[in-house]
Design a protein around this ligand. Sequence first.
Ligand SMILES: [Zn+2]
Length: 442
Amino acid sequence: MRHALLLTSLLALPASAAEPPRPPKALVLKASRLFDAKTGKLVSPAQLLVVDGKISAVGPSATGPLGTEVVDLGDATLLPGFMDAHTHITGEPGDDWRQDVLDDLQRTVPEQTLDALPLARATLMAGFTTVRNLGASDFVDVGLRNGIRRGLTVGPRILTATTGLGSTGGHCDAGNSFRKGVLAEESSRGVANSPEAFRAKVRENLKYGADLIKVCATGGVLSRNEDVGSPQLTQAELDAIVDEAHARGRKVAAHAHGAEGVKRAVRAGVDSIEHGSFLDDEALALMKKQGTYYVPTALALKGVMERADKGLLPPENVLKARTASSKHRESIRKAIATGVKVAFGTDAGVFSHGRNAEEFGLLVDAGMKPADALRAATAVNAELLGVQESLGTLEPGKLADVVAVPGDPLQDIRRTQQVFFVMKEGVVYRNDRAPVASPAAR
Ligand SMILES: [Zn+2]
């Protein structure tokens, strides 16, 4: 399977990978349905004209000049390329957490980057043409983002946060699993402990290529020596981080499980709350009032529980995973009921990359309408990421990021796990139905 995918995508690439892959001049995409991410409704039949990597026309008149290649995907639904607002695309867990820790300490930065290439590929092939990466070490994420942009390797468009910011011993302190002195200071690069020190960290991350800022406002599930819900940053620290990032036109994503940490982050003006396992009514009301996005990452909790059940997690983290999971679904339900803007993010990297679309089903299981789950990963995420002018819907003038799933995903949301066609900026990276291209019939 993996080899077949490789072949398909290689065929779409130019002979030399030293420049971005060039889309065909013009191409018509047809299918039985198209998901309108603006209205949440299906349009039937679907016809889309792609010219120079952009959507040029939609509807029956979207034909292009005589001889334009037509790709007819048959009984399928075209959707905007999916976006995952929470990934860690530079790594994923192995089968032994002790070994994972050692591996991380032993691999050189170039090796870490090479290890990330198949993860980026798997993400794109699952239909995710854009990801927002919320935490990576050694700027591997920046290199990967730039390499994909330059056409050196295949993967989604990446907006990245580089190293997450947090307090000493907190969830974003990579050193908190080790005894003092084991890790080089660089491993805790995002750690600071005062408003001014955090301002400097924001500036440093932006200097080295971050597109946005990630902060750890509370404890987390997979870290040690802290509990999952407690706040880890003061109001003044969060205020400084958001003020500095927003002044420079960058967004802030806050990892936060407990309600107090969530409220501080929302009051500071962060753009999204990640995880939010223990949201209370006051936190939800604040989020709604401020327009803060909620990225539940239901798949993160599922992935962590799978690892816990297989005995692949330290006991301390198993306990935290159970505590967070027991409240998480209720938080999602309440957020939907309150009218908080729910976005789509998975925390891929906590589990294997390429499983991202499982989040759709989990959101629907938690009470979301299928159309809203699809909108979360497309139009809503485009707004959260600040790319709504060029992505998120299939409309003329936008970049041609298009995926296709068999059948009707509004009838069966888990069709999103069967993506068989992936186009990014007009380049076809995957088409399992391998249609025979034919000149446009007129
Ligand atoms: Zn994360």
